[in-house]
Design a protein around this ligand. Structure first.
Ligand code: PRP
Length: 209
């Protein structure tokens, strides 16, 4: 069996569609239930749903041979895995955002609220700017509104959350999308099977932006 970790939620369902269209279906997964593991003995693939930010942990440690994780997670946690394919779904951007009226004087230490502390630290180190990182776990947009931080480093998809909270994008750090990743040992031992899947999934990747 090839073990595949899929991110639970809307993105995971989109990604499962790509597997299904590539010939790696598992009909039971479509049924409404709370099961977490599904296998198809015919195709030899076992899928399981995990929290999106946990996919790379399963893959890095070999509990999953392959999986799908956002580029944000890969940059933040730098798991020791192979990145095989950009699936061109789950697209969004990592940005710096702040209140419309906020201007960085470039002198005072910048207070940055984020879930992505490593991405924020790398970005500002590259700019040679001193920052004070405030690690939050969600609803990051609240931080500049309540004066907890000057700015936030966060993901923007539609831009609705920023807009509805009177914040705006100040800088774009990088584009994000979902990536197919593989455990390094699995890639060596199950190379043929994994490459077959990658080839089939490649045919389902939409080239549009
Ligand atoms: C993410 C992100 C923003 C929001 C952006 O939060 O942190 O808050 O989505 O989406 P939008 O541009 O389409 O409005 P998530 O839903 O993951 O929840 P969180 O507050 O727990 O981070």
């Amino acid at each position: 069996m090839l073990n595949v970790a899929l991110p639970k939620g809307r993105l995971g369902e989109k990604v499962y569609d790509m597997f299904e269209k590539s010939g790696y279906d598992c009909p039971l997964i479509r049924e409404e239930n709370r099961k977490l593991i599904f296998e198809n003995s015919k195709t030899g693939v076992r899928f399981f749903w995990v929290k999106p930010s946990d996919v790379s942990i399963y893959v890095e440690r070999g509990a999953a041979d392959i999986g799908v994780a956002g580029k944000d997670i890969l940059l933040e946690y730098k798991p020791d895995v192979y990145e095989l394919l950009d699936l061109n779904v789950g697209k969004c951007k990592m940005v710096v955002a702040a209140k419309k009226e906020f201007r960085d004087d470039g002198i005072k230490i910048l207070k940055v609220a984020t879930k992505f502390t490593n991405i924020a630290a790398d970005y500002y180190a590259g700019l040679g700017r001193d920052i004070d990182i405030i690690k939050l776990n969600g609803s990051i947009e609240l931080a500049p509104i309540l004066g907890l931080s000057d700015i936030i480093v966060d993901i923007v998809e539609t831009g609705k959350t920023l807009k509805e909270n009177n914040l705006e994008v100040k800088e774009t750090i990088l584009p994000i999308s979902a990536r197919l990743i593989a455990n390094k040992a699995s890639f060596n031992f199950k190379r043929e099977t994994i490459e077959k899947i990658v080839f089939a999934i490649k045919g389902q990747v939409e080239k549009s932006d």
